[in-house]
Write a protein that binds this ligand. Structure first.
Ligand code: PLP
Length: 480
């Protein structure tokens, strides 16, 4: 590593990225390449001799960027956002610069301690109960994704209950969630050895705005207990992936507690909004939870990846995930004086991710972050008004945060035709390259999702996307 070469190339790279952001608005937001395009453009094997940095950059421009879907484009309205910011980017850069592997406290004390501190900060911003903070038996940890977060708490819950009922009872363990829960829970169950039939996927429909019904949960648990099954894990969601439905945490949590069930709350997307006092009530009942997760990398200006997980009982995680090989033993760990995050996660190695979250929290401050969230929610309200003003469309489920679920109304109430129509509309809009939206299916209906959350999105981008939607709708079914 030559420091001067780093300086020279680093400056060029920053210029390159700054220019990327300057022009991002004009680039097709959804990559328009065909599968396998890159194989045709790159050689079959790595070069034997070094190439110049400039020639690599030229290839990035000519060959890589056309195959990139631009999540940071202001015309990006698909899935949920994955934010970047200058603060987050600088934190990532610093993390790559020092490039430590902070699995144990000793491997970089600052990495562990900063992570504990920033997760306490964020926990306080979200007004999480004190039990989740590092001063007690709990604490926060940065996982790569919400999928990893739910997996580690599921493993902790599984091992806790098996410690009570005996390992042979694994096949009797039952997990509960609504059919709107993110697929990560299903994957976690597969990995944790939960029998597929013991994953109770409870129906949530339009009668509850796609939220999990406490009565249905209660009935199902009672029935399971009568049949000799062992309920042990409940996952509730604040802001489901399809429609931002909100499971009622308080009654669900009370049912979980009564039945000795680990209660996990997934607020991967909507958790960020709960730093605003006016949205915090969606987390009411989180005090009943054993674990809580939100993705700072979705909607809190922290570059991917940064999924914040808090648990009330860190020992449950540690008992499930800890190993203590000779080659990692050290005085601080052996004396139990420190947190070793290797025991709170699946991999051993871990990046210094707290740096970027720390930078974001310091360089923005709570008030600016709240304004950021509110701005997106206001833009979503604006879009919702535009949809409501065109009689060919309907808003499908209540807009709560910055996602609007809507669709073109089917002619003659024919749902099959309606589903095809909305599918065609999605394709038509996305193939323009000027806006990117995604879809879901709710109660058998194909629904369009318009999620606002890219840092550069302004009202004019929302208006332009709506114009594209209207024009493409007119091409499909004619003007109103
Ligand atoms: N949970 C919810 C509610 C989500 O919406 C998502 C992704 O959108 C996830 C979990 C998965 O997030 P990740 O990609 O961090 O695993």
């Amino acid at each position: 590593m030559d420091a001067e070469q780093l300086r020279e190339c680093g400056h060029k790279m920053v210029d390159f990225i700054a220019d990327y952001y300057k022009t991002i608005e004009t680039i097709p937001v959804l990559s328009q390449v065909e599968p396998g395009y890159l194989h045709k453009l790159l050689p079959d094997s790595a070069p034997t001799q070094p190439e110049s940095f400039q020639s690599v950059l030229d290839d990035v421009k000519a060959k890589i960027l056309p195959g990139v879907t631009h999540w940071q484009s202001p015309n990006y309205f698909a899935y949920y956002p994955s934010n970047s910011s200058i603060a987050g980017f600088l934190g990532e850069m610093l993390s790559a610069g020092v490039n430590i592997v902070g699995f144990s406290w000793i491997t970089s004390p600052a990495a562990t301690e900063l992570e504990m501190i920033v997760l306490d900060w964020l926990g306080k911003m979200l007004k999480l109960p004190e039990d989740f903070l590092s001063s007690g038996q709990g604490g926060g940890v940065i996982q790569g994704t919400a999928c990893e977060a739910v997996l580690v708490v599921l493993l902790a819950a599984r091992d806790k209950v098996l410690g009570r009922v005996g390992k042979k009872s694994l096949e009797k363990l039952v997990v509960y969630a609504s059919d709107q829960t993110h697929s990560s829970l299903q994957k976690a169950c597969q990995i944790a050895g939960i029998h597929p039939q013991n994953f109770r996927v409870l129906k949530a429909d339009s009668s509850t705005n796609y939220a999990l019904s406490p009565d249905l949960l209660s009935e199902t648990i009672s029935h399971d207990v009568d049949m000799g099954w062992i309920p042990f894990f409940l996952c509730a969601t604040v802001g489901t992936t399809s429609s931002t439905a909100i499971d009622p945490l308080l009654p669900l949590g009370k049912i979980a507690k009564k039945n000795g069930i680990w209660f996990h709350v997934d607020a991967a997307y909507a958790g960020s909004a709960c730093i605003c006092p006016e949205y915090r009530h969606y987390l009411d009942g989180v005090e009943e939870a054993d674990s809580f997760n939100m993705n700072a990398h979705k909607w809190l200006l922290t570059n991917f990846d940064c999924s914040a997980l808090w648990v009330k009982d860190r020992n449950a995680l540690i008992q499930s995930l800890s190993t203590n090989p000779e080659y990692l033993k050290n005085k601080a760990s052996q004396a139990n004086m420190v947190v070793d995050y290797k025991d709170w996660q699946i991999p051993l190695g871990r990046r210094f991710r707290s740096l970027k979250l720390w930078m974001v929290l310091r360089l923005y401050g709570l008030e600016n972050l709240q304004c950021y969230i509110r701005n997106h929610i206001n833009l979503a309200k604006y879009f919702e008004g535009l949809v409501a003003g065109d009689s060919r469309f309907e808003v499908v489920s209540p807009r709560i945060f910055s996602l609007v679920c809507f669709r073109l109304l089917p002619p003659d109430d024919n749902e099959d035709v309606g589903n095809k129509l909305n599918h065609d509309l999605l394709d038509a809009v996305n193939s323009t390259g000027r806006a990117f939206i995604s879809h879901t299916v709710l109660s058998g209906k194909y629904i369009l999702r318009f999620a606002i959350g890219a840092p550069l999105t302004e009202e004019r981008h929302v208006a332009a996307a709506w114009k594209i939607l209207q024009d493409e709708a007119s091409a499909l079914i004619g003007v109103p």
